[in-house]
Structure formats: C-alpha cells, structure tokens
Design a protein around this ligand. Structure first.
Ligand code: ARG
Length: 468
C-alpha cells in the first residue's frame, strides 16, 4: 500500500478542501510510485526557474539562494536514499516542493510562482526523454561499432544469403552484419530527429494560459539546454507527441533488434551451427544437460512486444484528449520508462552477444555453396559471354539446375558436354564463375557483397564510429 503522510487535505492546495481524499482516490491519483524517476530533472527545472525568477526580480536574491541550497540538499538526500517519498503528496513535484518548504520555510513556498505542475511536468518529462535518447543513442553507436568490427573481421567469410529463408546467393558474413549497421544508423538518426524536435522548453506556460509575471522564458530554456521556449502555452502543457515520437523510434529499433535476434537464434541452432554464443549470453537447461540456449537473443526478439504495447498505450491515452492538460497525461510516463528500460537492456545484451560470438566459417561456406547458389552467376555469364538475352539465359540455367539436381551434382560438377547438350555455345570459361569465391568477388557493384567492398565499408564504419 502507498505510504500516506497524513489523512488531511493536501498541504499544496488544502485551502478550499475541508477533508482529505478517499484512500482509493489517493491510490488512483498518486504518481510518485513511478514519477520519482524524474527527480533529477525536477530539481534541475526548479533551479533554473528560481534563478530566472530572481533575475527578473520576482524572487529576492536571498530567497533564490535559500531555494538553490535547499534543492541541492534535497538532491543529495534523494541520491543517498534519505528521502521518503509520500503518496499523500501525489507526485515528484509536490514531494520535492513540500520538503523544500519544510527545510527552508517561507522561501520554499515562493518557488511555485509563475509556474504550474502542468508546465513543470512537461518540462521534466522532456528533459528525461532527452537524457534517455542521449543514452540510447550512445548505446546504438556502441552496438554499431561491435557489428562493424566483426564485419571487418569477416569481410571475406562466405555465408549463404537467403531469400524466403532458402539459400539464394553467396554473400559474406561481414556484409550481413553491415546490413544491421545500416538499420541501426537509421534508428540513431530517428532518435536524433526526435531529440531535435522535442528540444523546446514548456516552462513558463504555467497551467495553460501563460502567466502575468514578467518571466524570461528564453533564460530558463537556455539554462536547461533547450533550443528555445515553446510558442503556444496550450500546446506546451498538453503535447506528448515528443514521447510518442521517441517511442515510435524505439519501435523501429526494437524491430531491428528482434530481426537480428531471430537470426542469431537460427544461426546457433543445431541444423545451422553458423555461430556459437558465449557462456556469458546463454543458459543451460535444468533437464537437458547438453543444452545451450540463446535466451538473451530470444528475450531481445520478444521485447518488441512490450515496446509496441507501450507506444500503443500512450497513443490511446492521448487520443481524443481535449486541450489543454488533463490528468490522463499522467499515464504518459510508465510506457516511456518501460520501453526505455527494455531498449537499454536489449542493446546491451545484443552488443555483448555480437562481441562474444564465434563464427563457424566452414559451416557457412558449406551452405553458401548449397542449393545451386551460383545459378545466377551462370545465367549472368551466359548473358555476358554468349550475349544471350537474360530471359533465355535464365531458362537455360534452369534446365542445367534440373539436370544437376537429378544427378545429385553441383553446377560446377556438371561436365562441359552435359552443359553443351542444353546450350552448345557454352565453353570452358563457364567454370570460372561457378564457385562461391568467384561469385562473391564478382559482386562489386556499389553496395554489393564482394569482400573488397565489405572490407572497405566495414572500415568506413569503424572510422566513423571510432575504435574502442
Ligand atoms: N503528476 C502530474 C502528471 O504527471 C503532474 C501534473 C498535475 N497537474 C494537475 N493539473 N493536476 O501529469
């Protein structure tokens, strides 16, 4: 049960209330259970607000100093676990303000001049989301670096490239890993875009209409690292699309991580054995002693479930909300906290797995050659060397594949005579394009899988991301 400091009317607004709220009212109303995570941002916002109030002459320098010292002391109390959060005081804003007044008296009661919890929470939450974006963006870079380094190591390691999860054409393992670096680079770009758009300061919008006090909103915006103050007070206190935009960026990130996680699960399964995961990122089975399970990958694969649920929760909370602030908005925080935690854990675990995994080049090379994976190379050769139209070349190759399939041979194992039975113009030159290595080496088009391309791209990413 929440801890209630008193059963009397809330000290922050008790003036017009004769009695306290019903227990159940406190339970449904209190957000301190989760919004205590905003304490750093709340104190930061209050420090900036108090300084500005003193600057424009609304607060005396003495009161501003007392407030600053008081808030700093509260920050230390909270950081050191000495602060007892009270559900009777509802949320982080009133908890801190009440303690400030308790500590410094009268001056503490002046802090809330020219602001409301509506602009306060909107500011705190933007600051929190901005910090979360910065943390995640650094983590994404770090995962990209791990992938790029492994890609550089495996720039020439053949593996089967799949379409429909059927062996399609040979690629390199490095090329496959770099595909995820590209995805993550876009994810990072989306996080940065969201950051740029959210970086406006709501503080000073007050409850909804602005304030009659001569405040300096540019000053608080600057002090809090925002690019500018928000331009419309109604929008500022009610907008939560910065949080939704952040969550939608996390959704795409989580989707990408889930795809990579699924590939890892496939790659380390017995029929594939393309990679082995380290002990650090696998678990055993309580009954089957031989098992090494890719639990971390499976959990990352699953996190998209809660992250997309978080996005939808907030989207539904905001849908149809009339302007300006409504208490519904208090429901904005848990989904954002939850998704942030899931993404943070997923990125850390994925980076660990990528860093540690051991590739099995022999197994990958074996399947890279399986399933007539160089059939396209043969068709391309017929076009290049014999000047056949691609459609005709495709047809001839299809016939050769079916002969090889019947004889249980690889394309390279067919004799020249067998090939000439299908197309008499075929000559010895064809054998130069049928191996995995020749196929790989030929894919030199921009963005293609040729080892020299991959090595260059991997190095490019390593340079951009910096070596660790
Ligand atoms: N705890 C509230 C929230 O998170 C703070 C704002 C409360 N504003 C109000 N008008 N009751 O939304």
């Amino acid at each position: 049960m929440p801890d209630y400091k008193s059963c009397l009317a809330n000290p922050q607004w008790g003036g017009r209330f004769a009695g306290g709220p019903a227990d159940i009212m406190r339970d449904i109303n209190a957000s301190i259970g989760f919004d205590q995570r905003l304490w750093r941002q709340d104190i930061r916002g209050s420090l900036a607000h108090a300084k500005m109030l003193a600057h424009v002459g609304i607060l005396s320098p003495e009161d501003a100093k007392a407030i600053e010292d008081g808030l700093n002391a509260i920050a230390t109390d909270i950081a050191e676990g000495r602060f007892e959060f009270s559900a009777a005081l509802e949320d982080i804003h009133m908890n801190i303000e009440a303690l400030l007044s308790e500590k410094i008296g009268e001056a503490g009661k002046r802090l809330h001049t020219a602001r409301s919890r509506n602009d306060q929470v909107a500011t705190d939450f933007r600051l929190w989301t901005r910090d979360a974006i910065d943390g995640l963006s650094a983590q994404v870079s770090s995962l990209m670096r791990a992938l790029a380094q492994r890609a550089r190591e495996h720039a020439a390691t053949p593996m089967p490239g799949f379409t429909h999860l059927q062996v399609a054409q040979p690629i390199t393992f490095g090329h496959h890993l770099l595909a995820y670096v590209e995805m993550l680079a876009r994810d990072k770009g989306r996080l940065e875009d969201a950051r740029a758009r959210l970086n406006e300061c709501p503080l000073g919008s007050a409850a909804l209409a602005g304030t009659s006090f001569p405040i300096d909103r540019e000053m608080t915006a600057r002090a809090l690292g925002f690019d500018r103050p928000t331009r419309n007070s109604l929008d500022a206190v009610s907008d939560r699309d910065f949080a939704l935009e952040y969550l939608s960026a996390l959704n795409l990130l989580a989707m990408h991580l889930s795809r990579l996680a699924e590939e890892i699960v496939i790659w380390c399964s017995a029929p594939f054995q393309f990679v082995t995961l380290s002990d650090a990122f696998t678990t055993g089975s309580s009954i089957m002693p031989q098992k090494r399970n890719p639990d971390a990958a499976e959990l990352i694969r699953a996190k998209i479930g809660r992250i997309s649920g978080d996005y939808l929760s907030l989207l539904m909370v905001m849908k149809g909300l009339p302007l300006a602030y409504a208490k519904d908005s208090q429901e904005d925080k848990e989904p954002v906290f939850d998704a942030t935690e899931a993404a943070t854990l997923s990125l850390a675990a994925m980076e660990g797995m990528i860093h540690d995994l051991r590739a099995a080049p022999e197994a990958m090379r074996h399947y890279a050659a399986a399933g007539f994976s160089t059939a396209t190379d043969l068709a391309d050769w017929l076009v290049r060397a014999l000047k056949l139209p691609f459609r005709t070349a495709h047809h001839i190759t299809g016939q050769l594949v079916s002969i090889a399939e019947r004889k249980k041979l690889d394309l390279a194992e067919l004799s020249l005579a067998e090939m000439q039975d299908v197309a008499p113009e075929i000559h010895e030159g064809v054998f130069g394009v049928l191996t995995v290595e020749s196929s790989l080496a030929s894919r030199r088009s921009f963005g293609g899988t040729a080892p020299e391309n991959v090595a260059r791209e991997a190095q490019r990413w390593c340079d951009i991301l910096g070596e660790e």
